[in-house]
Structure formats: structure tokens, C-alpha cells
Design a protein around this ligand. Structure first.
Ligand code: GLC
Ligand code: GLC
Length: 814
């Protein structure tokens, strides 16, 4: 069953039924001001940091779900009937409800009692504000007297404190209202120099800023007392819960359309210019007023929207493909790329599942995200890399997370996740392959954000690599530390205390437990680093990295091999995980996926054997599960992985993030059909028809789909912010379609399904447009390339040295 449809032409998903199984969300903003918005106008906004600068309130895990939003109410002032065109919060029986989630904007609307209304929400580029353009049309044969109410609830900035510290924050709320603009200024009197505002393009008939006055003490957002009464109370908030609500009166002739623009924004003043007059407590509004005035003008709002549209057009235009498969096309061309940008912007901070107060930006996560977005925002990728590297510790290890606002490592979680440092090498390598910007390696970067500790970025990469060399276990495999990619495989944790964090508790010294996954990652990182070193003419170093990489490969093939597949790890007792000898957890996806992706065992048949075992034991119709058999009870010596009921999350769920490792492994074996089959099993668009089972948005990946051991097999959770976005994008684009960035140029090496006649693509790479067409003449993966009509040797198309800006590449597969 579906709840909407894809409108590929407009790059939108159109939801036609408001009561989707879960809120289906979209993101507003792509620079500093962000919001999440659901298909019924739920969600919230923040400036840079979802925890520390929350602008509006949202109630996670509320009943009913998805409360707190950008709500508009329309009221027929004759019949006194009122409704919300976005369905929530009033949930009337609407006609023609649609929500169009597009690239950086959402339009929600419907008809009710002959009044058609829709609101377009978006954040203009370069501004710290969001625009709501409400359009109301009278479709009746008679005049209509309508009141339009807009409403938001302010958050008192720190979302964590806001939801818990009531002894203080029921006293602190403050607002100002001037010329109809509502200013939220809690804590502005003391150490903050920022405030929020909510403005309307039409003169207010009335306003409210005190929540109780607007809702009435015992009413919900579905029935605000002031909307019922048809009149706001002009309340000024003192403490309690400041809100913003405007009432605008519309007298509409039959057929008449009116537009009202509401602007919600964030603004900072220099610390020494906070007040006007200076000795007063009144906000200095000199610099904010022109911004507000500009965007309340519908023409300016339209122009800003058009700019946003062009921005996405150009960003998505960097890579476009036309294959025989519609799901591939729409994910690659539109939604998967878009999701990659969202994960880059948000990391894992704010979604329907991530409360915005939990985690900052993950070190490993953000580095992996680079794989998916680096071509769309290379300058910001550079900045992200340097920020990440600055949180690296002098040991080469890394803080597991950092806060985007302060750009500091997060002390609560600390470091000791022994895979983390290698992802920096993978991230930097992806950046170099895309941009050819070698200067980044010389950029001075601090360790642990300590002034004076600056070393070139390249030094950080060296320390990343060496980190593992000084942390090898009894077999010569990398010690796992707190965890590797699988945050829940906690082999040194040994926790029996309820509620204790599996992530940060380390009760054993950790000199025994080894990770075969990190071994695979190390092998790959070593090769990437060697390629970087040899490009810089550091021959000895390159040789050293290759030698260490080769040594680890050997150890992996020996002590990391179980006979038919790769082991997962050795625990603190030296016992195997992911072995045929285990009772549960006999085989895992991570080590088998990553080792084959890294090319381990390609020559001696071990890679093929491992992936055949994955196919036989882990692959399901809803994707490949993490391990089998699932852990049926809690294992104190293995940690959080066994805390989840079977089939969920890391305990044998389909963790979509790691499925692409197997896809890439299959392409390395030349198995295009198998790789594409795995790709399609979790492709959200290909799952649209089963939206009632899948439940999450059909336009973006979810982190997890419940595995075959779960009662809800096939149900997705944790959509949007997941490494799944980048890895699937990378797998389909760079390995299956085979349009791959390399240090030397653009490599063309498709491993596509045998029944595809070919495909075409355009790729802008280092300033040159590559027009690529691939034609299948035989069933294999051998490719012969011509570039602008001349055959070339090999499959790397170099960047033209003669300044050509367009290159035509033809590939024949045989
Ligand atoms: C989550 C984390 C990621 C981790 C994965 C597996 O997606 O964000 O860092 O690798 O879970 O545990
Ligand atoms: C939990 C989740 C895991 C995530 C981690 C992040 O362990 O299961 O997926 O990576 O939290 O802190």
C-alpha cells in the first residue's frame, strides 16, 4: 500500500494521505538555520546546533505523535468552524490533502468547506530564517470571512534544559512585540546575544505570546481557546511558555486568492550592541528589521525560493544518470543525493528518531558521510575534514563525537573506538579523489583543539594509521577498544549495571579482544594512504603503508578466516565471534562485507566463499541482516549487541548502512546481478508499494529494517540520518554504475546487471562535464573506452590537459 507518489519531474514526493504510518519528514535549510518538517507540519527549527540553539519546541515520543510544529489554523468567522490545512493539529476531514516534500522545501495544503489553502515552507539561502507562504483561495460562490492564525512555541534555546529544568525556566521566558513582530528574547538580558522573531506580512488583528492564553490551560493544540473564540488575547509572556501567534483577517470574494507571508527567524547582535537605547533592556532591532521587511514581501520570498530551486538544480546536476531502472534513477538523481546532503548537515543530530540532544557529530559517521556528498559541496567537505581532524587526539585516536556549535570533542563520550581514526583516511582520500586539492594535506590542524599543537593534516593521517600499529592484539589483528563500526559490539565492557552506557563503560583493559572488521578497514586505509604518499613522492612511506597493509591482509586471511567466511572478532577470552563454532552469531556481515570490499581474498577464492556464505545465511528479501543466528539472550561479555531483542538493530536487524559493503564486494567479484539485487532490496523507492509494512518514508533510506527474527520483519526505523545514505550512493554510483573518482581521473568500471543494455550519465568532475554512455555488447564487465572518439588504454579518463570543458566518453562492455 502507498500513501503518495513520486513526482520525479518536480523532484518531489507527494503524500496524499495525512495519516502516514509515521511522520514522513523533510529538512528545511542547508547552511546554518535548519528545521525538520513532517507531512502534517510537525517539527522544529534550530540554528546550527539542535541541542544548544533550539528555536521552537517539539515533543518527541508524544501522544498523539508528532506534536509541536508550524501550525496554521483557518477559522470561518461566520460558522465559527476552524481547521488546519495541514491536517494536524485539528485533524479535520480534509479534501485534496497533499504534502509535497521537495528539495529544501515542503508545501502542505488541502480544501475544507470551499476554502483552499496551502503553505510553502522553506529557508532562503544565506539567511537564518524560514518563510511560510500561506495562500488561501475562496472557492465558494459567496464571500468568506476567514481568520488565519499562525502559531509556534518557542524553545528556551537549550533543548535539554528546556525539557527538564522547570524550576528555572518557568520563570525566565521573555518577549517583546513591536510593529506586530513577536521577538523571543529569553536570556537575552544576561549572556545571550541572540533572539528569535516571528512576523507576518499582514497587519495583525491580534496576537498572543503566552501559551496558556492562546491554548487555555487544559486545551491542546487541536483546540486553542483563542482560535475557538476567534480572537487572540494580545498576551505578553512572562515566564512559563512563550509562543508566537498571529491572527490575520481575510475577507475573500468568490474566487479570490490572498497570500500571507510569515517569517520565523534567528538573529544575533554584537555583544556590545545588544540594546537600543544602550542603557535599556530593549532589543536592538536595527540590523534585523531590514531582513524581516525583505522577506515579508511575497516577491522577495518568491525570488528566494527560485534561488533555492536553482541551487538544488545545480547541485544535483553534478551527477545525473539514466538507467533502465526507475528506482535507481530517482534515488541517484534526486533523493539519495539529497539525503546525503541532509546527513552531512545534520550528522546524526536531528530527525524524528534523533532528538537533537543526544549526539553531536560522529567522527566515523561524518567521515563516511563524505563519500556521499563530497562532489556536491567540496568546500564544505574541506571544512568538515579540518574540523574533524582538529578533534583528533595526539595518540591518533579520536573523540567519538563533537559538538557542531563549539567544534570541540565531546568529553562525555570520549574516544577509544578503535576504528575511528581510519575513517579520517578514507574521508580525506575521497576528498582528494574528487577535488585534486592536495593543499589540504598541508593545512595546519590542531590536536584536541589545543592551540600550539598544529600539524599538517597529513601528519594526522599518519597518526591515524599508526594508532592501530601500536594497538595490535594476540593474533596481530587490531584491538577493538570500546567498539569498532558496530557500536554495540562491546567486548571490553562487561556491564551488569542497569542503564550504564555500553558505549562509554570500559571495564577491561582491552588487550585481547580483536576486530577483523578493523583489520579490513586498516588494509584499505593503508592502501589509500600509500597512494596519497606516493603521489607526494614519499616512496619509502608509501612502501611502508603497503607493507603493513599486506601484512594485515595475511593475518586476516589466516587468523581472521573461519574456513568458509571471515570471523568477526576475538573476545576478551580469546574466543571467536562469527565462527561456525559459535552457538549464536556464527556469521556477521561487517567483516565479510568490508574485507571483500577492501579486496581481501579476491585471488584465493576466500572473498567469493565469504560472500556466498553471506548470501546463504544472511540475505533476506528485505536486505542482509547483521548476523545469524541472532542472540537470544544477553551476553555480558559481548555487550549491547545482545541487549536488543532478536531481529532489531545490531542484533540481526538489516542494518542498511552495511549492506552496500556486500554490494561493493560483489562488484569486486564481478557479480553485477547480485550486487544490483542487493541494492534493490533496500532501495526505498523500490519498497514504496509496501509502505504499510516499511512504514518509514519511501524516499529516503532508514538505518534499519527489522530482520527475519523480528515479529515486524520488514519494518524500517531510524530514517534519514544514517551512513546508509552515503554508502548506498557510493555503492551504486561508484561501484555498480562504476563511475568512480580516483586520484588520476575519472575511472569507468561498470559492473551492472547482465540484462541492462547500458546506461547514460553526466558527471561534472574537476570542472569538466563528462558525458558518458555505456553500451552492453556482451555479458561481462570488460570495458573498452573511447574519449571524444579516440580509444584510450585502461579505464581511467584523465582530466583533459587542453582545457576542454566537455568530454564525451563511450564505453562498450563485453
Ligand atoms: C549507528 C552509528 C554508527 C555506527 C552504527 C553501528 O549508525 O551512528 O556510528 O557505526 O550505528 O553501530
Ligand atoms: C546505540 C545504537 C547504535 C548507535 C549508538 C550510538 O548503540 O544501537 O546503532 O550507533 O547507540 O551512540
Amino acid at each position: 500500500m502507498k500513501f503518495g507518489y513520486f513526482d520525479d519531474l518536480h523532484r518531489e514526493y507527494v503524500i496524499t494521505q495525512p495519516d502516514t504510518p509515521l511522520p514522513w519528514i523533510n529538512y528545511l535549510g542547508c547552511e546554518a538555520y535548519f528545521g525538520i518538517i513532517s507531512n502534517t507540519a510537525g517539527g522544529y527549527s534550530f540554528y546550527r546546533d539542535a541541542r544548544l540553539r533550539r528555536i521552537t519546541r517539539y515533543r518527541y515520543n508524544n501522544v498523539p505523535m508528532d506534536f509541536g510544529g508550524r501550525y496554521i489554523y483557518l477559522r470561518d468567522d461566520e460558522s465559527k468552524d476552524f481547521w488546519s490545512p495541514s491536517w494536524q493539529p485539528t485533524r479535520n476531514d480534509l479534501k485534496d490533502y497533499t504534502c509535497r516534500h521537495g528539495m529544501g522545501y515542503t508545501v502542505i495544503g488541502s480544501s475544507y468547506s470551499g476554502i483552499e489553502a496551502h503553505t510553502r515552507y522553506f529557508v532562503p539561502l544565506g539567511e537564518n530564517l524560514e518563510i511560510w507562504q500561506l495562500t488561501v483561495t475562496n472557492k465558494r460562490a459567496t464571500k468568506a470571512s476567514i481568520s488565519a492564525f499562525s502559531s509556534i512555541e518557542f524553545c528556551l534555546w537549550d533543548a535539554q534544559d528546556d525539557a527538564t529544568n522547570f524550576q528555572r525556566n518557568f520563570n525566565t521566558g521573555q518577549v517583546e512585540v513591536e510593529d506586530g513582530v513577536i521577538y523571543h528574547k529569553t536570556e537575552y538580558r544576561e549572556r545571550r546575544n541572540h533572539f528569535a522573531y516571528f512576523a507576518s506580512s499582514e497587519p495583525d488583528a491580534s496576537f498572543d505570546t503566552q501559551r496558556d492564553a492562546f491554548l487555555g490551560p487544559y486545551n491542546g493544540w487541536d483546540k486553542p481557546a483563542a482560535v475557538v473564540a476567534g480572537q487572540l488575547t494580545n498576551s505578553i509572556a512572562h515566564g512559563w511558555s512563550p509562543i508566537g501567534a498571529h491572527q490575520v483577517k481575510l475577507d475573500l470574494e468568490p474566487g479570490e486568492t490572498r497570500q500571507i507571508v510569515f517569517v520565523l527567524g534567528y538573529h544575533e547582535n554584537p555583544v556590545d550592541q545588544k540594546f537600543d537605547p544602550p542603557e535599556s533592556q530593549t532589543i536592538n532591532k536595527k540590523t534585523v528589521k531590514p531582513v524581516i521587511a525583505k522577506y515579508l514581501d511575497p516577491k522577495q520570498a518568491d525570488a528566494a525560493f527560485e534561488k533555492l530551486r536553482q541551487y538544488w538544480e545545480s547541485v544535483l546536476g553534478i551527477f545525473q544518470v539514466n538507467t533502465p531502472d526507475i528506482h535507481t534513477n530517482r534515488m541517484v538523481n534526486i533523493w539519495n543525493a539529497y539525503q546525503c546532503m541532509a546527513t552531512f548537515n545534520m550528522s546524526r543530530s536531528a530527525s524524528f528518531y534523533e532528538s537533537g540532544i543526544g549526539r553531536g557529530l560522529g567522527f566515523r559517521d561524518s567521515n563516511q558521510d563524505l563519500l556521499g556528498f563530497v562532489h556536491m559541496a567540496p568546500a564544505r567537505a574541506r571544512e568538515r575534514i579540518l574540523d574533524l581532524a582538529a578533534t583528533q587526539l595526539p595518540t591518533g585516536g579520536a573523540y567519538h563525537q563533537y559538538q557542531p556549535l563549539t567544534k570541540r570533542g565531546n568529553n562525555d563520550i570520549g574516544g577509544g573506538f578503535n576504528d575511528d581514526p581510519h575513517w579520517l583516511i578514507i574521508g580525506v582520500s575521497a576528498y582528494l579523489k574528487e577535488t585534486g586539492d592536495w593543499s589540504i594535506l598541508d593545512a595546519p590542524v590542531q590536536y584536541d583543539n589545543q592551540p600550539g599543537s598544529e600539524q599538517p593534516l597529513y601528519d594526522h593521517l599518519q597518526r591515524s594509521f599508526n594508532y592501530t600499529l601500536s594497538r595490535l592484539g594476540p593474533h596481530g589483528l587490531p584491538l577493538i577498544g570500546r567498539a569498532d563500526w558496530n557500536d554495540c559490539l562491546n567486548l571490553n565492557c562487561f556491564s551488569d549495571t542497569p542503564g550504564q552506557s555500553f558505549q562509554t563503560t570500559t571495564n577491561k583493559e582491552g588487550k585481547v579482544a580483536e576486530s577483523v572488521f578493523i583489520a579490513g578497514l586498516f588494509v584499505l586505509a593503508g592502501r589509500e594512504l600509500a597512494a596519497i604518499a606516493s603521489h607526494r613522492n614519499l616512496k619509502d612511506e608509501a612502501a611502508k603503508y603497503l607493507a603493513e597493509s599486506a601484512k594485515m591482509e595475511k593475518v586476516t586471511l589466516k587468523d581472521g578466516w573461519d574456513g568458509e567466511w571471515f570471523l568477526r572478532a576475538y573476545d576478551d577470552f580469546g574466543a571467536k565471534l562469527g565462527s561456525k563454532d559459535c552457538k549464536e552469531g556464527k556469521i556477521f556481515i561487517e567483516s565479510n562485507g568490508f574485507c571483500t570490499l577492501a579486496g581481501i581474498g579476491l585471488e584465493d577464492g576466500k572473498a567469493a566463499s565469504a560472500l556466498a556464505a553471506v548470501n546463504q545465511r544472511l540475505a533476506t528479501k528485505h536486505g542482509i541482516v547483521v548476523q545469524q543466528p541472532a542472540y537470544s539472550r544477553y551476553y555480558y561479555e559481548w555487550g549491547e549487541i545482545s541487549s536488543y531483542p532478536p531481529g532489531y538493530k545490531e542484533n540481526a536487524g538489516v542494518f542498511c548502512h552495511v549492506n552496500p559493503w556486500v554490494m561493493i564486494g560483489e562488484t569486486r567479484l564481478g557479480h553485477g546481478d547480485q550486487a544490483f539485487d542487493y541494492y534493490s532490496r533496500i532501495n526505498p523507492s523500490a519498497r514504496e508499494e509496501i509502505s504499510d509494512l516499511h512504514r518509514c518514508e519511501p524516499y529516503v533510506y532508514a538505518q534499519m529494517i527489522a530482520g527475519k527474527d523480528a515479529p515486524s520483519f520488514g519494518e524500517a526505523k531510524n530514517s534519514w540520518l544514517t551512513g546508509t545514505a552515503a554508502w548506498n550512493y557510493y555503492a551504486i554510483v561508484q561501484w555498480i554504475l562504476g563511475i568512480r573518482t580516483s586520484l588520476e581521473g575519472l575511472e569507468i568500471a561498470p559492473v551492472i546487471p547482465t540484462n541492462w543494455p547500458g546506461f547514460t550519465a553526466t558527471r561534472t568532475f574537476r570542472g569538466v562535464v563528462y558525458k558518458i554512455s555505456i553500451e552492453r555488447k556482451g555479458s561481462g564487465n570488460q570495458i573498452a573506452l573511447t574519449v571524444d572518439g579516440s580509444p584510450i588504454k585502461g579505464n581511467i579518463v584523465p582530466v583533459p590537459s587542453d582545457g576542454r570543458k566537455t568530454v564525451t566518453v563511450k564505453g562498450i562492455l563485453s
